[in-house]
Every structure is written in C-alpha cells, then in structure tokens.
Design a protein around this ligand. Structure first.
Ligand SMILES: C[S@@+](CC[C@H](N)C(=O)[O-])C[C@H]1O[C@@H](n2cnc3c(N)ncnc32)[C@H](O)[C@@H]1O
Length: 341
C-alpha cells in the first residue's frame, strides 16, 4: 500500500488536503514512525515522499455515519451530509452535494456499514417534481433496486420510491389523524399515494368506510397490493383526479376529507368542501411562509369557502414539519358548515 510520509505536526492538515483532493484512501490505518505519520494515499502529493508499507484494509464498521465518514470527508462536508437522508424500509435516500459526487460510492458503502438493516442506498437526483410528486433517484451502493417494504403503525407497505411519492416524515401526522377518527366514519382520502393515510386509519378503524383517490396509476397499483397485504377491506382505491371523482360520486359524503398535497391542495378545496357533509372536517395541508403561516393558509381556505358558498371554522392548526429555510408545511383542521344563509 502507498503511504505519504508527513511530519507529525503537519499530519492533520495534510490529511484534510488529501481528502479534499480525493487522494486519501479511506479504510487503511494511518501509521506512525519516528517523527512522521504515514497517510494512505492513491498517489503522490506536494513535496512529501511516498513509501510502500504492508497494511490491511480495515472493514468499515462504525456506530455512526459520522465516525464512518470522518476519514473520508472534511468536517464541513460531513455537516452538509449528516441529516440529509431518509430511510424507507431497507433503502436510504441521500442528498449528495456536487462537490462530493466522486465519493458517492464510498459514502453509500459507509451508510450500509453503519445501518445494518439497509440494503440499498439511493442518491437524490432532484426535487419532488411533476403532478405525481416523484423524485428521480439512482442506486449508488448495495442492491440495485428502488422498491422496498416499509412498516408504520403496524401497517406493512410496499413502495417503489422511483415511481411514486412517499415520505416517512408524515408518520406522526398519520397517527394524529387516525386518533381523531370516530366510529363508523366515512372518509375521503384525496391524493392517497400508495395509501399510508387510509391504511393507518383502517388499522384501528375497521368500521370506517374509506375512499382513497389517486392520479398516479403506479401508486394505485401499490395501494391495491397494500390493501390486500394488510387486509384493509374497508379501503377502496380509486384511480382518477380527486376533483372529478368527488364531484361525480361523493358530494356531501364524508365526515372527514384528507388533502395531503401541500403544493396545490388549495386548488382542490372546492372539491374537498363539496365532498364533506355539513359539519364534516377537512384536513387542509399547505406550504406557507415562516412569518405568519396560519394566516396565509387560512386566507386560501377562506376564499375557497366563499367561492363554494360554505362557512369554515378552524378546529385546530399545526405545523407539520419544516420544509425549507423559509417555509413550513402546515395543516388546518377545518369544520365545514353548509346551508349557510
Ligand atoms: C404529496 S403526495 C401524498 C401521497 C400520500 N398521501 C402520502 O402521504 O404518501 C400527493 C399525491 O397526490 C397525487 N395527485 C396529484 N394530483 C392529483 C389529483 N388531481 N388527483 C388525485 N391525486 C393526485 C400524486 O400523484 C401524489 O401521489
């Protein structure tokens, strides 16, 4: 193995420079000799002498990703990386800054070595986009696949993260909604995806009647599999546009309407109000500025209510999660009053 002979006092500084230049070879030990350290490298650097030494690659087996990556990345690079990944089932989805692209395989391998239950690491290739809110991803380590099984609140769901939207970050919100449901409710789950909201509700409310509407045919196919897998026979998956489906067959139907489409749900508030019974509840999700998020969200809900000829009362409001430095996702729980004079 090739090593760079560096005076001990310059060891740490040089190690960082080597990492930045992509010359440091992670996984090999840093050796010590009289007054110098030997840094494992892939080639010469600066005026330092290179020497050959016998050394065995150590299996990377660290408790935390940070430890696993300290040899590979500078502290600043580490900071950008940590916290930027989600785990869905046995897949990790990670954002890798352009500057670290050449090390993505090593980063992926480090993740697999830290989280023993992971089998695949996918790199995000962009934001959620298009009508179906799907993100492009590419495998960078482990098995070459994008489909996984994910368990939440006792529900097992199959999901292909390259074909459908899915977020683990809404798990708490799904539990919250399920706890609000009363016996025998009729529920319209708009923008249902692969079915996490309907399935989590169904798990504890077998007497509910849940219509789950989704536009992405791949998502509906997974939702049907997930309904069967969880024996959630009270969930009916409907392929189609939320507005058209509600207007055609479900007006004044629901005790509860779910609208988990934060980018654009306000355009469907008319359908949500139409689908709710008098006194029914609409859960309206939207992105809003940090400054005054609830006022902004309520403004949208109120103007749609006026246009629809209904009255709304805010039963509760909460921030679901931060979305970007200046934006949060909020939910308004709205009671819909009809027959307003
Ligand atoms: C943010 S995702 C939420 C999915 C799911 N509820 C979840 O929590 O995982 C929004 C979903 O709405 C679907 N969608 C977008 N426009 C739609 C429409 N007009 N009618 C029905 N579904 C739609 C997208 O395909 C996507 O699956």
């Amino acid at each position: 193995m090739l090593f760079l002979k560096v005076p001990r006092a310059q060891g740490e500084k040089t190690r960082r420079e080597l990492i930045q230049k992509g010359l440091f070879v992670a996984g090999y030990p840093i050796l010590g000799e009289e007054g110098v350290v030997l840094l494992p490298v892939s080639g010469p650097f600066g005026e330092f002498e290179t020497v050959e030494r016998d050394a065995e690659k150590r299996p990377i087996h660290h408790d935390r990703l940070k430890d696993a990556l300290t040899e590979l990345l500078t502290p600043a690079e580490l900071e950008t990386l940590i916290g930027s990944f989600d785990i869905i089932g046995d897949i990790a989805i990670i954002e890798i800054p352009d500057a670290l692209e050449s090390r993505e395989k090593e980063i992926g391998d480090a993740l697999l070595s830290v989280h023993k239950n992971l089998k695949t690491v996918l790199k995000k290739l962009g934001p959620m986009e298009g009508e179906f809110r799907v993100r492009r991803v590419r495998p960078i380590a482990g098995e070459d696949r994008t489909t996984t099984l994910y368990r939440e609140s006792g529900v097992l769901m199959e999901v292909d993260v390259a074909k459908v939207y899915f977020s683990v970050r809404l798990a708490h919100e799904r539990t919250r909604i399920a706890e609000l449901v009363k016996p025998g409710e009729r529920i319209l789950a708009l923008f249902a995806g692969i079915g996490p909201f309907p399935l989590v509700i169904s798990k504890t409310h077998k007497d509910a009647e849940i219509i789950a509407i989704e536009l992405n045919p791949d998502a509906v196919a997974f939702m049907e599999k997930n309904i069967a897998r969880n024996k959630a026979n009270n969930v009916k998956a409907v392929l189609g546009d939320a507005r058209k489906v509600v207007m055609a067959g479900y007006q004044n139907y629901a005790d509860r309407v779910l609208m988990p489409l934060p980018k654009g749900a306000h355009d469907f508030l008319d359908a949500a109000y139409a689908g709710a019974k008098d006194g029914g509840m609409v859960h309206f999700y939207t992105f809003a500025g940090m400054q005054d998020p609830f006022r902004e969200a309520l403004g949208k809900a109120e103007s749609a209510a006026q246009a629809s000829g209904v009255r709304i009362e805010v039963a509760s409001q909460r921030i679901v999660r931060p979305y970007s430095p200046l934006t949060v996702q909020v939910v308004l729980d709205l009671i819909v009053r009809k027959n307003v004079t």
